[in-house]
Ligand binder design. Sequence first.
Ligand code: ADP
Ligand code: MG
Length: 323
Amino acid sequence: AALSNQIAAGEVVERPASVVKELVENSIDAGASIISVYLEEAGISQIMVQDNGEGMDAEDLQLAFLPHATSKIYRLNDLFNVHSLGFRGEALASIGSVAKVRVESCQAGQDQANFVEIAGSKLMNQGQCAGNQGTKIEVKSLFYNTPARLKHLKTLQTELKHIIRFVQNMALAYPQIQFSLFNNQQKLFQTSGRGRLQESIAQIYQANLARQLIALNVADDDFKVSGFISPPTLTRTSRNYIHWFVNGRAVYSNQLNQVLIKAYGRQLMIGRYPISILVIDLDPRLVDANVHPTKQTVRLSKESELAKLIQDGVKACLGEVNP
Ligand code: ADP
Ligand code: MG
C-alpha cells in the first residue's frame, strides 16, 4: 500500500501548497468556522492546519489515512454532483505516504482528543491527548522519503506564493470563515469571518484598496455573478489580483480573464490589469469538476452566455463611475 499511496501522492501532493489545499478543504468540509494555517519555511519543514470543525473519533482517525477512506460519497450520483470539496478519499493517505504527520482530533462532547502519528504510510503512534473540538494536522518533513520530489521544489519564496494565493482564494470564497495564515511565526493575514466579502478583501489586501472597489451584481437564468471590480484608475501590473470563484471553488481561467480585460477595453492601459473578485454561481451540472484530480481547471458549458453576462455587468459598473 505504501508504494501505491506514493504514486497517488504524485498526483495530489506536488508541493507544499497542495498539502495546504487538501487540509484546508477538509476543514471546510468538516464545517469549521475558524481555520488557521501555520507554516515553517513556506511549508517545507512544517505545515500545521487547525480547525474547529466537527472532528473525528478514534476510529475515523485511523481510517482517514487509508486510501479511499472518504466519508463523502454516499451515492454514485454524488460523483457527478459534487457538493463537498473533497470527494476522492486519497488526500490524507497520500500526504501520510510522503511526510511525517500528526493528527489530533476531538468531536463535540468528547472530553479528550485522539491522536495518530503516521510516517511513510506507517502508523507510528496513537493515543489520547488534551484538545478542543476540531482537528489539528501537523505535516513535517514533506517529501523526506521522496528526494526527487524534494529537489523539484522551487525556492521558498515561490512555494510560499502558491500557498498565499490559495489561502487568499479560500478566504475570499468563504468570507464567513475566519482564516489566518502565518509563516515562520509572522502573520501574513487574518480575516474576521463575518461574512462580508469587502471586509475580507480589506483584510487580505488593504482597506484603502477595498474601499475603492465597485460592487457588481448581475444574473440571468443560468448564472449569477457578484463581487467587486476596480475602477480603471486602480490597476496592477500582474493578473494576481484577479480572482474567480465558480460554485465556491477558486478557478484559474485565462478565458475568464480575457473576458474581463476585454470589458475594460481601452480604459485599461497596456500591461495593466484590473483587480477583481468575482463569484459565479451556476447549476452544478453545468460544471465539470472531474476533469483533473487537482480540480483547478473547470470547463463550463454555456460559455458565451456567461461571457456576455460578465461583460455587460462590468461595462455597467464602469459606466457608472466614468459616464
Ligand atoms: P476526502 O476529503 O476526499 O474524503 P481525505 O483523504 O481528504 O478524503 O480525508 C479522509 C477523511 O478524513 C474525510 O472523508 C473525513 O472523514 C476525515 N477528515 C479529514 N480531515 C478532517 C478534518 N479536518 N475534520 C474532520 N474530518 C476530517
Ligand atoms: Mg479531502
